[in-house]
Design a protein around this ligand. Structure first.
Ligand code: PMP
Ligand code: G9A
Length: 429
């Protein structure tokens, strides 16, 4: 009998939404493709020689342990080192409040698993990180989407919505916030709004998941206090990663959580992957305690801030009038608003023919009907030359699209005019 998988898949699985970014990664294999799509660090920044030395040392001195299963909470000296770094960023935590995870992506999954029942509400921004939508969506969460502006989450709209949800006795379980150089838009939440969010959490009784993979990558202005630093009721869970400041291939991230929450995360992780890649943790630990991480962050910031300037200059040079984009202070992305009614999925098909890729904005909205005329551009992965060349190509494609849209509008206006004239003539006779 031929198997009918539809009958076997769980309801949850039937609702799974694939990540458009992961799909677009396949385009990196296409020769001549300039990709502004994936949120990839630039491999030029990877400290391969130092990692090789560390691997050699660790394997020579402690191969038996480094290749063994580790404890689920994470390699204790790494937890200690992370707690130390967190203190410098304004989060006063102990090593017992740090959980090492298999990339911070895992924290979204584990948080969802311990807090979300089907149809529970998760508040996200619109747009937000797409793998938070797919992650919480896989657990059948209901999303409440709050629009953004240049200050990240619109707090006035958040307040309105949270009051409505509370009135319906349906407060959110989790508010997922990305305060620094948000993926996908690049916008940052001011400190006063971070504090406000924590005050709302206390008033309306929800948990904040603060996702901060880019906080260290600030190119302009001063470091801002994390949301977690305002938390005196143990309501904020903070997550970050070595992916953007060392290498994503290690798959090492961390969570800072109150111990009661951390215990549940650990149990959930036990059945997910037993423990985080031990060798990866050993590398991240040695890299940090040998003092490489701060110079490495400085090196990355120099390269990415140059790339961001190149992209902003290229946008000024090649984008036609009527296009707007964000001016981030850090991170890896720009967000582009095309004129209303422009379908960025159609634009992507044309752009791919010219060998330039981006991610369509709608991938970053919980409601996929939103974000039609938006797109995300990554500036960290392409080489300097390819940033400029890619924007020249993209500007050309957008220009052509707008001209043909105007032609189509003019044609249909002409047609409407003809019909009106005809109608009025008919009316007259
Ligand atoms: N959160 C955000 C906002 C991200 O952009 C990413 C990676 N692009 C992650 C989480 C996950 O990163 P990782 O699993 O590599 O730590
Ligand atoms: O490749 C990934 O899945 C990490 C990058 C995420 C992104 O492009 O937002």
């Amino acid at each position: 009998m031929a198997i009918n998988l539809t009958r076997h898949f769980s309801d949850r699985t039937k609702e799974l939404r694939a990540s458009e970014v992961r799909e677009l990664l396949k385009l990196l294999q296409v020769p001549d493709m300039i990709s502004f799509a994936g949120g990839f660090p630039n491999p030029e920044t990877f400290p391969t020689e130092i990692v090789r030395e560390i691997l050699n040392d660790v394997l020579k001195k402690d191969g038996g342990q480094a290749l063994q299963y580790g404890i689920t909470e994470g390699y204790a000296p790494l937890r200690e080192a992370v707690a130390g770094r967190m203190k410098k960023k304004g989060i006063d935590c102990t090593k017992e409040e740090v959980l090492i995870v298999s990339g911070s992506q895992q924290a979204i999954d584990l948080m969802g698993k311990i807090f979300i029942d089907p149809r529970d509400t998760v508040v996200v921004t619109a747009p937000t990180y797409l793998a938070a939508i797919t992650g919480f969506g896989a657990l059948q969460a209901t999303f409440e989407s709050i629009p953004i502006d240049q200050n990240n989450m619109r707090m006035d709209i958040f307040e309105e919505r949270i009051k409505k949800l509370a009135k319906r006795s349906n407060p959110p379980e989790i508010v997922y916030a990305l305060p620094n150089f948000q993926n996908p838009s690049g916008v940052t939440m001011p400190e006063k709004n971070r504090k406000k969010l924590v005050d709302f959490a206390s008033e309306y009784d929800f948990i904040i998941l603060e996702d901060d993979p880019y906080g260290e990558l600030r190119y302009v202005g001063e470091h801002l206090r994390p949301i977690k630093s305002y938390d005196d009721e143990d309501r904020v869970v903070y997550m970050s990663t070595f992916s953007k400041i060392l290498a994503p291939g290690l798959r090492v991230g961390w969570v800072v959580a109150p111990e009661d929450i951390l215990k549940k995360l650990v149990i959930s992780k036990q059945s997910t992957d037993v423990c985080t890649n031990v060798i990866g943790q050993r590398v991240a630990h040695e890299y940090t305690v040998r003092g490489h991480i701060d110079p490495q962050i400085e090196k990355i910031k120099k390269i990415y801030s140059r790339k961001m300037s190149l992209m902003l200059n290229g946008m000024d040079e090649f984008m036609p009038d009527g296009i707007k984009w964000t001016k981030p202070e850090g991170g890896m992305f720009l967000w582009v608003n095309l004129p209303d009614g422009t379908d960025s999925s159609e634009l992507l098909k044309k752009a791919l023919k010219k060998r330039v890729a981006f991610v369509t904005g709608r991938a970053f909205f919980a409601d996929p009907r939103d974000g039609l005329s938006t797109m995300r551009l990554n500036f960290t992965h392409p080489s300097d030359e390819l940033i400029t060349e890619g924007l020249r190509r993209l500007g050309g494609v957008i220009n052509q699209e707008l001209v043909s849209k105007w032609d189509r509008t003019a044609e249909s206006d002409d047609k409407k005019m003809e019909d009106v004239l005809k109608g009025s003539l008919i009316g007259k006779s």
